[in-house]
Design a protein around this ligand. Structure first.
Ligand code: ADP
Ligand code: 5GP
Length: 190
C-alpha cells in the first residue's frame, strides 16, 4: 500500500520585479481554491493593494510584537522594510491537508527550508537581467533609489538559484502559473 503523501509547503521566491505577484494572481484567478499565505509587512501599500488581501500592513511596533509573540513562521528585512509569514494560518491549512503557497524572499525561503525541510522551494527566474530591470522599472511603483536597492538584492537572489529545488523561467505568465500549480498538486499527492 502506498504511504500517505503529506501535503507540502511550496515556497515561491525570486528577485523583485521578476513577476511573482503577477504569476500568483493569475494562478488564483484560474484556481481560486489555491490558498496563499498573506504576509505582514511594514511597507506602505501600493495603489490598489488591500489590507488583509495583499498584505497585513502593520506598524514597526506591531511587527515587533508579532516577532516577540512567536507569531511568525519566518521573517526578513528586505530593501528597508520587514516582511513575515503568520505561522498559525499556514499550519492550520497544512493540518487540513491543503496545499499551501508562500511568496517570500530568499532569506525567508532559507528559514522555511531549515524549519520545514520537507517544503519545496521554487525559484522564479527572469528571461534575462535586462528584462528584470525593464520589469522592475516599468512597474513604476518605486523611486529610483528603491529600484537600486532592489536590483542589488536581485543580484544576491539570482546567485542563490541552486539552493532551490526547481527553477521556472517567467517568460509566459500563463505557462509558469500552470507549472507552479502542477508542482504544488504533485507534492500534495493529488
Ligand atoms: P514581483 O512580484 O516579483 O516583484 P510583479 O508581479 O510586480 O513582480 O511584476 C513586475 C512587473 O513585471 C509588472 O509590471 C508585471 O506586469 C510585469 N510582468 C510580470 N510577468 C511578466 C511576463 N511574463 N512578461 C512580461 N512582463 C511581466
Ligand atoms: P514587495 O515589497 O515587492 O511586495 O515584496 C518585496 C519582497 O518581499 C519580495 O521578494 C517578496 O517575495 C518578499 N516577501 C513578501 N512577503 C514576505 C514574507 O512574509 N516573508 C519574507 N521573508 N519575504 C516576503
Amino acid at each position: 500500500m502506498a504511504a500517505e503523501v503529506r501535503p507540502r509547503l511550496t515556497v515561491l521566491s525570486g528577485p523583485s520585479g521578476v513577476g511573482k505577484s503577477t504569476v500568483v494572481a493569475h494562478m488564483r484567478k484560474v484556481h481560486p481554491e489555491v490558498w496563499l499565505s498573506v504576509s505582514a509587512t511594514t511597507r506602505k501599500p501600493r495603489p490598489g493593494e488591500k489590507h488583509g488581501v495583499h498584505y497585513f500592513f502593520v506598524t514597526d511596533d506591531e511587527f515587533d510584537k508579532l516577532i516577540a509573540n512567536g507569531e511568525l513562521l519566518e521573517w526578513a528585512e528586505f530593501a528597508g522594510n520587514r516582511y513575515g509569514t503568520p505561522r498559525g494560518a499556514v499550519l492550520d491549512r497544512l493540518d487540513s491537508g491543503e496545499p499551501v503557497l508562500l511568496e517570500i524572499d530568499l532569506q525567508g525561503a532559507r528559514q522555511v527550508k531549515d524549519s520545514m525541510p520537507e517544503s519545496q522551494l521554487v525559484f522564479l527566474a527572469p528571461p534575462s537581467w535586462e528584462e528584470l530591470v525593464r520589469r522592475l522599472t516599468g512597474r513604476g511603483t518605486e523611486s529610483p533609489e528603491v529600484i537600486e536597492r532592489r536590483l542589488s538584492a536581485a543580484k544576491v537572489e539570482l546567485a542563490a538559484e541552486s539552493e532551490f529545488d526547481t527553477t521556472l523561467v517567467n517568460t509566459s505568465v500563463e505557462d509558469v502559473a500552470r507549472e507552479l500549480l502542477t508542482l504544488m498538486l504533485l507534492t500534495s499527492g493529488e
